[in-house]
Structures are given as C-alpha cells and as structure tokens.
Ligand binder design. Sequence first.
Ligand SMILES: NC(=O)c1ccc[n+]([C@@H]2O[C@H](COP(=O)([O-])OP(=O)(O)OC[C@H]3O[C@@H](n4cnc5c(N)ncnc54)[C@H](OP(=O)(O)O)[C@@H]3O)[C@@H](O)[C@H]2O)c1
Length: 340
Amino acid sequence: MGYKRVVISEFGGPEVLKMIEETTLPEPKPGEVRVKVLVAGAAFTDVMIRKGKYPDVKEKPPFSPGYDMVGVVDKLGEGVTHFKLGQQVADLTVIGSYSEFLCLPESRLTHIPEGVDPAEAVSLVLSYVTAYQMLHRVAKVKRGQRILIHGAGGAVGTAMLQLGKLLDLEMYGTASKTKHELVKQLGATPIDYKGENFVERIRSLTGDGVDAAFDPIGGDNFKRSFSALRRGGKLVAYGFYDAVLGKGGSIPLDFMRLQLWNFWPNGRSTAFYSIGPLRQKQPSWFSEDLTILFDLLAQNKIKPIIATRMPLAEAARAHELIEQAEVQGKIVLTVAATPA
Ligand SMILES: NC(=O)c1ccc[n+]([C@@H]2O[C@H](COP(=O)([O-])OP(=O)(O)OC[C@H]3O[C@@H](n4cnc5c(N)ncnc54)[C@H](OP(=O)(O)O)[C@@H]3O)[C@@H](O)[C@H]2O)c1
C-alpha cells in the first residue's frame, strides 16, 4: 500500500511544496509507533522551515515539513507498551507531519482525550504549548497582572489571550485593524501597530507599563517592547517574524541584544523562548503542559480559533495565507477522515 506526503522540494516560496506518492508504508522500528495522520497544523514556523530560515532544522530538501499532528495509532513496533491500535495521539514533530503516515518513537507521543475534535487538539500542540509555557514557565505571570501580546490575532496570540483570560490578566494586543474585533472578543485591548506607537499607547493606558511583553516580531520591536515594561517586568522574545519576511532586524544581532539588556541595571529582564530546545531540556514539561491543555479543551475552558480547515493538498495555499497575515487564529490541514 502506498501513501501521499507533501515535501519541500527546495527552500523557497509556497510553490516548492509538492505532493508526492510513496509506494510502501513506513515500517515502525522497535519502540516506534506508525501513526495515520488525521490533521496537521500549518503555522508561520512551517513557513520559516520552508524558507530554510529555521535554525533548529538542519535537514536539506527534499523532506516533509509539518510541526505538529494528531493521528491514530496504526501499527506498533516491537516493544511498544503504552499505546494500542486505534488510539488518538499527538506530537510536536517539528518536521514530517504533512504526510498520511509517519513513524515516531512512542516516548514522544501524548494521548488525546476521547471526544475532542482532532483539529482543535492539533491547534494546542505548537501554538498553545508555546503560549502556555511562555506565560507559566518563563514569565511566570501572576493572576491579574498586565501583559502585552504582539501578533495578538495570530495562532499563538489568540492562544495566549485565551490562556491569559483564565488568569484574569489585563491584556493589550497589537494587531492590524482587521483583527481588532477578534482581539477584543478574546478580552484584550487592541492596539493598531500600523497606525500608532504601541509604547506611547501602553504608557497612556497603563501609566507605568506592563509586567510582561511577548514579542515574536524582532528587530526594533524588541527594543520598544522592552521599553513598554514597568520596573521588574520581563520581555519574552520568541521569534523573528520581520527578519524572516525580509522586513528588518537580524536574527543573530537581535538575539545578542536581548542577552545584553539583561545586564542593564534597570530592574527589567529578557528571555528567549524556543519550544524545541525547551522540550529537549525538560521533556516532562512538554507532555505535562500539553496534557493540561487537552484537559482545558475537554472542559471547554479554551476553544482554539480555527480560521479554516484545508486539505493537505492545499498546503501551499495555506502557507500563502499565513505569509500574507490573512489568518485569524490557526489553519489546520486535514489529512485523513476522522474515524467515527
Ligand atoms: N519560539 C517558539 O518556540 C515559537 C513557537 C511558535 C511560534 N513562534 C513564532 O511566533 C510567531 C507567531 O507565530 P504564529 O503561528 O502565531 O503566526 P501567525 O498566526 O502568522 O501570527 C502572526 C501575527 O502577527 C501579526 N503581525 C505581523 N507583524 C506584526 C507586527 N509588527 N506587530 C504586531 N503584530 C504583527 C500578523 O497579523 P496582522 O499584521 O494582520 O496583525 C499575524 O496575525 C512567528 O514568528 C513564529 O515563528 C515561535
């Protein structure tokens, strides 16, 4: 039996994403599980990987992208003990999930609760774990504190707003005007970063600034976010959106500046968050945090904003929409029909 997968044929624009057919299914090695993928997330991080601008991925094309997935256990390799055929599982694959089948070590997989929508479940793996860990593991925000979220209408931004609301945070979110209604509905004060100076707006709205700012934009934005902090506040940087799109900033220089600002005697601090390296360092945190998020989903305490569900064959179109910032929340790629 064969199967289909999308590959990055060479680093470049969305057109380099090609669907190919394999003639035989991958076989799980000892300790591995073969997963039939139901859904995969499409995110800005996949765009970075497709462009060859993601430092943690060293693979050379052709390879399949796909940072996260939810699927069904389809075959067990020798010695697998924690999973049964037909169970639904999730993983942060980093690459590989734009595929109908893939094999993964059982140690990487997390069970998903019965009855949750696989598309909502997959939205948690990259975007909500990122938001959750930045809030709870890095910034360690306390109930009622004040935060600034950039890219508030995107996948991580909307996740952060929902998680922030559970902590009664006072939230400010930068977004272009088309996303302001969504940002407001999710409980934050929207700031139009294209039409106003967000530092001045934060000062006028809050007086002394925010307790934490979450910034995936990079370049000059990091500096401005740092100056929007009150004394004791923390800037959590987690991306280089502008540099990836050629709009300014330099990944190594931005990164260095963040380290330097930690030595300024001004009572503020910085941290850089990266989901992959943190999972390597603290593997139990990843599965604990994802399990907490699945529970919140099962209890309807969070509800991922899914802009659209598209078939895997339309992965290139999904990437175009993400790069053009036309997505409110998350795009989910449907790979196989959900079992009844
Ligand atoms: N470090 C990690 O572990 C980690 C994990 C996940 C994601 N990330 C990074 O986080 C970023 C966001 O990811 P995502 O999946 O949420 O992407 P996304 O869904 O594409 O959202 C990004 C949002 O940023 C907005 N935006 C663009 N320029 C902006 C600016 N100058 N100021 C404020 N908002 C701006 C865009 O919409 P509008 O311009 O229309 O408002 C878009 O909604 C990416 O850079 C990604 O690589 C990092």
